[in-house]
Design a protein around this ligand. Structure first.
Ligand code: SF4
Length: 319
């Protein structure tokens, strides 16, 4: 990574209390995001991606135990929690539930600026209108007067993105931002994120279960499995030569961006482990066709290489 980091995460661990003891949702995750860079985080549902985002944003319940370090550039003490909503913002998967149903879009957007910037109502409303225009809402003034249910899913996601950008964040955490949208709108929202990243030099942490979603936008990709990072590499290198068998399996299941959309998506055989599961060796061993006795016995250490690549596997795929 060349640019100055806006976010550095070191050995982050998240545990929740459970009936049979603590449930580990995120384990020893380290990553960084440079200014203006888009980093993708991919993994199946339950791999710890959303828990990682919520930990970064300080949105986990008070009962969660969080260890490790999260440093955000320019924050007092480097704590991301202190700058949430201003220099770091988040866009959620479902724009319907992320907006307040009984408040007009104008009130919800103005409130962000009144709260964070102490703007007057009129100035906040004008800034909201301008931001809606910027994200491609065709009638921004009319949109301000509408309620969320009066907008399409794609428009609601644009509104959420506009709302998250009002305070000019340096980092946008986008957790499955296109999952609830149809394929055409999905492409439009991804194009919008790419444009905003270029124009505002805003870093993006783009989280998705779908490699195809992050493929066009992320310069680097972090692959998570069972709450851990199992591989990280520049996007091109990862797609053309995955070293971790789990990454290779994810790529094999991803639709080809240039080809027709398959009637039925390929899925990875087997189930990802539950958060309460404990491992003595590699967490992917039960689903890996390269697994050996050693894999089941010893956790593979993370090995980093000079080309910006790292992975945790005893028997990686050939380079
Ligand atoms: S450590 Fe072994 S089981 Fe785990 S991914 Fe590598 S080869 Fe497969």
């Amino acid at each position: 990574m060349s640019a100055e980091p806006v976010l550095v995460v070191e050995d982050l661990r998240v545990e929740h209390p459970g009936r049979g003891g603590a449930v580990e949702a995120v384990r020893d995750v380290s990553l960084s995001v440079g200014a203006g860079e888009c980093v993708g985080i991919v993994g199946e549902s339950g791999s710890g991606k959303t828990q990682l985002c919520l930990a970064l944003m300080g949105l986990l319940p008070p009962s969660a135990r969080i260890d490790g370090a999260v440093r955000f550039a320019g924050a007092p003490g480097g704590a991301a929690r202190a700058v949430r909503g201003e220099r770091i913002a988040m866009v959620f998967q479902d724009p319907q539930t992320a907006l307040t149903p009984h408040l007009r879009i104008g009130s919800q957007m103005s409130e962000v600026l009144v709260h964070h910037r102490r703007s007057s109502g009129a100035r906040a409303r004008e800034a909201a209108r301008a931001m809606l225009a910027r994200v491609g809402i065709p009638d921004p003034a009319g949109c301000l007067r509408r309620y969320p249910h009066e907008l399409s899913g794609g428009m609601r996601q644009r509104v959420l993105i506009a709302m998250s950008l009002l305070c000019g964040p340096q980092l946008l955490v986008a957790d499955e931002p296109t999952t609830a949208l149809d394929v055409t709108v999905q492409a439009q929202v991804l194009e919008l994120l790419a444009r905003l990243r270029r124009e505002q030099r805003m870093a993006i942490l783009l989280v998705s279960h779908d490699l195809a979603v992050v493929a066009g936008l992320a310069a680097r990709i972090v692959v998570m499995y069972a709450g851990r990072v199992v591989e990280e590499a520049p996007a091109e290198a990862l797609f053309h030569g995955p070293r971790h068998p789990y990454t290779a399996a994810l790529i094999a299941c991803a639709p080809n961006a240039d080809g027709p959309i398959p009637a039925r998506m390929a899925t990875l055989p087997g189930q990802p482990p539950g958060a309460a599961e404990r491992f003595t060796g590699c967490p992917f061993a039960a689903r890996c066709d390269r697994s050996s006795e050693r894999c089941r016995r010893e956790p593979p250490p993370m090995t980093a290489f000079d080309d910006g690549r790292r992975f945790a596997c005893h028997d990686p795929l050939p380079a």
